[in-house]
Design a binder for this molecule. Structure first.
Ligand code: GDP
Ligand code: CA
Length: 325
């Protein structure tokens, strides 16, 4: 694949499925020297004693081209013999772990016990799967998303998977946040980037955990930060993002609400073509706004959408350079 603008260095902030779609497209246009991905670990949890990192694995499997095609997470054509046996023995089977996927968690657990960091482990797994773009966990420290609901505080995967994100979300907290630091690799990648891309991931539970780590907003200040909206025509493509806007801010989800959520952090945002009528009013909130196709349901679309989006980012980088010169 042809490399696109050959000197542009991008660091992307990503959650799981939405983030991976754009990241996978961008990885077709940008070399491993040009693209680094920082991934949310707020979703991480321990299940059956195994350390599970859902967003890291979603990014990893997508870049390795082994992810399930429609769902976007898990391993394509995986079998579930272990989960079936486990359920037959009376075990909890609400979090479905495929047999091949289990190998990832078994090894991650073994390597953590040997003293490797999550960053080192992710690097090993990536190389084993033939992925050369750096995938960096946001932190090597636990920083777990907790969801406050009327029925009490739920661990993120309990809320998201077990309860299918149906409880009303009253607030979010992060367990371990007091001690969690971004890794030096994350800070360096942000520092070295010409632009930071905020993927179309859930702003509250995928991107905010990264932004909330101490020092992250500071390294990003003064850099062109460009988002792609995860909200299209007032709706989420999947998951609770739209519901969370309403429940956490009192305002319905919209591209304006996404821009308002990120505030001064953003220089620009790409919105979907269906939101084209909102570009003019959005331009009062944001310097650079462009409507373009942003739905990336298959690999071809991911590559096409990423090309347009990267052209937009490259223009912003060039304009900002001229403005400063
Ligand atoms: P999760 O961790 O698997 O929930 O995934 P993310 O947090 O990375 O992404 C969830 C968000 O991605 C949701 O708000 C979706 O609306 C958004 N999303 C998913 N697919 C697409 C897509 O093809 N285009 C855009 N623009 N957003 C998407
Ligand atoms: Ca996630």
């Amino acid at each position: 694949m042809e490399q696109f603008p050959s000197d542009l260095k991008i660091t992307a902030l990503a959650g799981g499925v939405g983030g991976s779609r754009l990241v996978r497209g961008m990885a077709e246009h940008l070399s491993p020297q040009q693209l680094t991905v920082v991934v949310n670990t707020g979703d991480d949890f321990v299940h059956f004693g195994l350390p599970i990192s859902p967003d890291l694995d979603t990014v990893l499997y997508n870049l390795a081209d082994v992810a399930q095609k429609v769902e976007g997470w898990g391993i394509q054509n995986d079998t579930h013999a272990c989960m079936t046996a486990l359920a037959n023995l009376g075990g909890d089977s609400w979090f479905r772990l495929g047999d091949r996927d289990l190998a990832t968690h078994l090894l991650r657990g073994e390597w953590l016990r040997e003293g490797l960091s999550l960053t080192e482990i992710t690097g090993r797994l990536a190389r084993a799967l033939g992925v050369y773009h750096a995938i960096l966990p946001m932190s090597d420290d636990p920083c777990r998303t907790l969801v406050e609901t009327d029925g009490g505080v739920l661990e993120f995967q309990h809320y998201f998977v077990k309860e299918r994100w149906q409880p009303v979300c009253r607030g979010l907290r992060w367990q371990g946040a007091e001690n969690a630091r971004p890794t030096p690799q994350v800070l360096a990648a942000l520092q070295e980037a010409d632009a930071v891309v905020v993927c179309p991931s859930n702003p509250f539970v995928s991107v905010d955990p990264i932004l909330n780590l101490p020092g992250v907003r500071q390294v990003m200040a003064g850099k062109p930060v460009v988002a792609m909206s995860p909200i299209i025509g007032g709706m989420a493509v999947k998951g609770p993002a739209a519901k969370m806007f309403l429940e956490l801010t009192g305002e319905p989800a919209s591209v304006e609400a996404v821009a308002a959520h990120y505030g001064d952090l953003l220089a620009g945002m790409a919105v979907d073509e269906v939101d084209d009528p909102l570009v003019e009013s959005l331009s009062r909130q944001l310097h650079y706004v462009r409507a373009m196709p942003t739905l990336m349901l298959n690999r071809e679309k991911q590559i096409e959408v990423a090309a347009d989006f990267l052209a937009f980012v490259a223009e912003i980088v060039a304009e900002e350079r001229t403005a400063r010169a």
